[in-house]
Write a protein that binds this ligand. Structure first.
Ligand code: ADP
Length: 173
């Protein structure tokens, strides 16, 4: 069977999938990094819809339309800020992936692209984050047949190489 996990290097705002995931902050009202790029590319209607959502807790996810993005939907999830590792950071990061995949399934999204949540401004160690992202996604896909494709989108070369090595080690789903 063809793999359901793919890895690419690039800009998530350019991708035409059922959903792209945004590494948002709790306000859901935009920010820096990938969040800023998604809001710029989607246009002001995205911010207007986000205002109606009353924010989002860390580890949870909420969906909107994609507006001017090529992607149909945006799934906004809030990653944990890295505070040394003893503040449930691993569990909360895993929950971002699981919650986003659940939201995708509940909204008939079969193809979904993830950025490297929490590894930018939020400072999560990249190798540890890649392991959590891949393991959590593989576990989810093993139980759910609805999603046909998960694409990990790496903006920087370091993350791309970490994901490539990890996926070669554990195999794809
Ligand atoms: P966080 O606050 O969750 O750390 P950031 O947006 O600062 O979120 O970073 C998360 C990841 O998104 C980083 O690895 C960063 O390199 C990446 N990133 C930034 N811009 C884009 C983009 N346009 N497409 C995909 N990934 C991006």
């Amino acid at each position: 069977m063809e793999s359901r996990i793919e890895l690419i290097r690039g800009d998530i705002t350019k991708l035409e999938f059922d959903a792209i995931v945004n590494a948002a902050n709790k306000s859901l009202l935009g920010g820096g990094g990938v969040d800023g790029a998604i809001h710029r590319a989607a246009g002001h209607q995205l911010l207007e819809e986000c205002r109606t959502l009353n924010g989002c807790e860390t580890g949870e996810a909420k969906i909107t339309m994609g507006y001017q993005l090529p992607a149909r939907h945006v799934i906004h999830t809030v990653g944990p800020v890295w505070r040394g590792g003893n503040n449930r950071e691993d569990e909360l990061l895993a929950s971002c992936y699981t919650s986003s995949l659940e939201v995708a399934v509940n909204n008939q999204c079969k193809t979904i692209a993830f950025p490297n949540i929490s590894t930018g401004i939020y400072g999560f160690p990249k190798e540890r984050a890649a392991m959590i992202a891949i393991n959590t996604t593989k576990e989810f896909l093993a139980k759910s047949k609805t999603i046909i494709k998960v694409i990990f989108v790496c903006f920087d070369e370091e993350n791309y190489n970490l994901y490539k090595n990890r996926l070669n080690e554990v195999g794809k789903a």
